[in-house]
Design a protein around this ligand. Structure first.
Ligand code: SF4
Length: 311
């Protein structure tokens, strides 16, 4: 049972930081004005509206979530049964979820409006009324590519070759740590301890292209593992598995990277605090005080654009 609070609890994550960097108004919608929007009564319709928009999923986001979910399930099932799923099974399961999202988005608008956490709504369908056939074809082809590369990946091959000597880290949803007394969420895909090499291995599966942010994200994960298990950076190996291309990239971090990530965190928290009307309750400033970005290309893929267009 959750307590109903007037304002959300302040916390930090890299995605929160990136949202604020892209657009303060979007940050306000995502992290403040959607709060309590999941309630069906005793809440202003504005917050319900913002919350519904927050729950829209664009095709790349939905695709990434579904692929990550089945990869996690495939690894867990393998560890329990010793049997890896086939490529066709993975494609079949993921395609089923994508189809369910399409059906919800096109036929269950009212149900989604009432219960936006229980039903899917694709951002493209919400705003354009349809999915571009080329986009559908593109993602159909991506499904085969990403699962094939997952099954062939060095990470999955190591899991299947050394099952007995790997200690798998706790599931994604429980990962958080405190820095300067602030809850920091770390949405890490997969990590394990390899007894044979005495190394902690962090793996991040990517369903999109390589990005400049990848290194920073992995540095935060390395910091988390370093703190949580009290190990040195030399004992931590960090990889991106790019599932579209099959490329595996290894990162080597030093204390300078850890200092940089802490510096980013501290600067980012200071920036976020500017939008609090009350630092104790985390009450936000008025929505108008969260500036809209001037870089309008951010708006093209933004879930909240109908709110900004009304202004
Ligand atoms: S539509 Fe543009 S200005 Fe409005 S919240 Fe989104 S990114 Fe910001």
């Amino acid at each position: 049972m959750f307590d109903i609070t007037p304002y959300p609890t302040f916390s930090w994550s890299l995605s929160r930081h990136k949202t604020l960097t892209s657009c303060a108004r979007k940050y306000g919608y995502e992290y403040y004005f959607s709060h309590n929007g999941w309630l069906s009564y005793n809440v202003e319709p504005f917050h319900q509206h913002v919350y519904r928009l927050k729950k829209l999923q664009s095709m790349p986001i939905l695709f990434g979530q579904i692929v990550h979910r089945f990869i996690e399930q495939a690894i867990n099932d393998y560890l329990q049964t010793g049997k890896p799923p086939s490529l066709e099974e993975l494609i079949h399961w993921a395609r089923g979820q994508l189809n369910a999202a399409f059906v919800d988005s096109t036929r269950h608008f009212e149900l989604w409006r009432q219960k936006p956490t229980k039903y899917y709504m694709m951002q493209e369908i919400y705003y354009n009324g349809m999915l571009n056939p080329e986009l559908i074809q593109d993602y159909k082809e991506r499904l085969r590519l990403v699962f094939n590369h997952f099954l062939m990946s060095e990470t999955f091959r190591q899991i299947t070759a050394q099952k007995g000597s790997l200690r798998i880290g706790e599931p994604e949803q429980f990962r958080s740590m405190k820095i300067d007394d602030i809850q920091v969420f770390v949405v890490m895909d997969f990590h394990y301890y390899d007894e044979l090499t005495d190394k902690w291995v962090i793996v991040d599966w990517k369903t999109g292209s390589e990005s400049d942010d990848d290194r920073q994200q992995l540095a935060l994960y390395a910091y988390y593992v370093q703190q949580k298990y009290r190990v040195s950076l030399e004992q931590i190996e960090v990889y991106n598995e790019y599932l579209l291309t099959g490329k595996r990239k290894k990162y080597v971090f030093t204390d300078i990277d850890m200092d940089n990530i802490l510096y980013t965190f501290q600067r980012s928290v200071l920036e976020m605090k500017k939008y609090q009307a009350d630092i104790f309750s985390n009450e936000p400033l008025d929505i108008e005080d969260f500036e809209q970005t001037l870089e309008k290309w951010h708006c093209r893929g933004c879930n909240f654009r109908e709110l900004c267009e009304q202004i």
